[in-house]
Design a protein around this ligand. Sequence first.
Ligand code: ZN
Length: 736
Amino acid sequence: MMSMKNRIIPIPRSYEPLSGMPVLLGTPGKAGFHIVNETDAAPGTVLASADALLKETLRRLLNVRPEEASGSVCVTLRMGTAPVGLPNAEQGYSLEIGSGSVTVTGFGECGLYYGVVTLTQCMEVENGRLGLEPCRIVDAPDLRTRGHFMESRFGSNLMTLDDWKAVVDNMASMKQNQLAVSVYGCWCVQYDGRVSEYLYLPIQRYPQLRVPVVKRYWSPARGGWVDEEADVPMVKDDFFGDLIAYGRTKGVEVFPLFNSYGHNTLIPRTFPEVAAKYEDGEPTLTGFCTRNPKTYEILFDIYDEIIDRYLKPNGIESFHIGCDEVGAGIEKNAGDIYRRRNSFCKCPLCAGTDKSDLYVEHVIRLMKHLKDRGMKNVYMYHDMLLGRGTNADSTEKMQRALEENGLKDTAVIDWWTYSDYQEKLMFQTTHPEQGLRRTVKPWNGYYHWNIISYPLKNVYLLAKMAHEEGAEGMQSYSAWDESYDRIHAAQADYAWCFENCGKPEDVTDSYARARFATQYEKALAALRLQDRMLSTLPPGTDNAGAPSNYQLLMNTLCYYFYSYVSTGKPYPRSFPGEAMERILSSREAYESAILALNAMAVRCEALWREIAQDCRTNIRLARRYAWDAAHVKVLTADYLALLRIYDIFRSGVTADTAAAMAEAAGERRLARLALMEEFERVKEPFLAPSHLRNHSIYMQFFADLEAYLRNTPPETVKLDFSDFSPIAGEAFMKLR
Ligand SMILES: [Zn+2]
């Protein structure tokens, strides 16, 4: 029997194998068990979810009716007292398997649920029977709160209630208990000449605050262009309250992040009166004037509506106020993308005050209001306290202000940083000596619409800091794509019992065993290739002069980062001209790196396609990972083809060479279309518009290039590899 322990995510605190025969729960079609549930599993509770999960799993695996089963093995669910010294015991449980019985004892309601999650993870039909190894598990988490913050960006803006419920279920299956949802956040001008703004809740008091989602891409499934605006489903169907209520049934606390100050253009543009001001009084249309009472009138109207409509009725007492990255920058307004606009106000009331004082004053004001409204956990980002946009480390200033205002027990500082390297983290300590509540924030890779990456080292470093400095939680900075499953499992592992997990490579090994046991060796090889393809290590001597593979893929080869405005460059930016310029500036290094990536991607894809043939493994994930590898393969092949076209072009354009170049471009268009077609089969519809828009850009680029080469007399063909705009068609420009 495959060791049962390997299937449990997160890795349990203690697992003691016991001697004796396996406990047989049945064979397909025949139940060998009966269930005794001693808990009060009232409908809609976590206890009811535990009962349902147990029965649903047994029904699924054995095709029996667990409610009526009367086999000899007694499966008991009960509540009990935790052993002394177990951390966060109310989330703990014990599981005893042996001597013809199975007993799950919860030390709290969530504990019982987690015990059943573990028990069901142990269940698998092997050799025609469902048997469990005798063992004793005593388990509970290191960190009280564990989960994700889900950013309001590409993908979550199209998630339906069912999509969100699937996220909750996925998190609960890893014993994660906290889902913060960004309901308001703004970035800069990207795509469609618009500022990227997101508002996920209908605000009844201010109905003018509303942002549609633009869908613009080629859909192979439809065989045509999609070009439309849609409402955010969470706004249209107003389901945030339903999502919170659903989360409660799975032990997942769902609560909002509503950003203010930075990442804030929609409100100050709609109400210029409350925007930060230039010295001459002109509104910057970003940030806030934090000394104008009207700012707080509007903000607190919105806060109150969120609290009264969604949080209070569902017993939620947590709220994230964001407040990260407040400062000055360009591209904050569609009308003048190169103009610098500051989120800090320069009006006569604000001008004389240090930015850090304005900042602390604002945060305290928000927190006091939220505390008055019954919020017991008010989260805020840490970065502005470390001098970002301010003059000095103001963590002590914040600490004093929190103490003076009676907020020390309410405020939770959210420490985020996303490097893979200790020395490159934004901070080396979360300042436990200041006695404030703290949670750490690694990320899950986030930029899924650009490319999937695997920041396990970052997760490890932040979890280690949380472990050593006694933080209360870990809540990752995330955007949802199940291709991050390994990162999510690593986060769950490290937050649950850090000492049991080992280094990132050990967690990868555990993951391969848990998800792909029967194809373990191939899966491990494929996962290691994922890590190498997205490695943040500096390049070797062969390709010195090129960036790390991660940077090469994320920042040079993939499209997304060219959607940002850059000072001194035209907008839309030259693409793929800018990428080709970079590659040609150090061709040998870049070409070696791209060739190596292409070879790894081909191998990685082949491994996942082989694994996906084995139904005993998680074939859904294997197919998904095969697509992610195919993405790297197609992307690198595109640039290798462009280098070939460049060489042909330099040798002189004749009818023959023009045809060869057109042929190469046409092949790339078809390869991209095939990749896009598979995307629509393996990834969820809510991801399609943001992902496929970027893919459509390559598809249309090669279509335009092929058309140009086929329709232009060879002697007049002109190509500038740093600027293809002369050959770009209208569809291409519309996508940019
Ligand atoms: Zn002001």
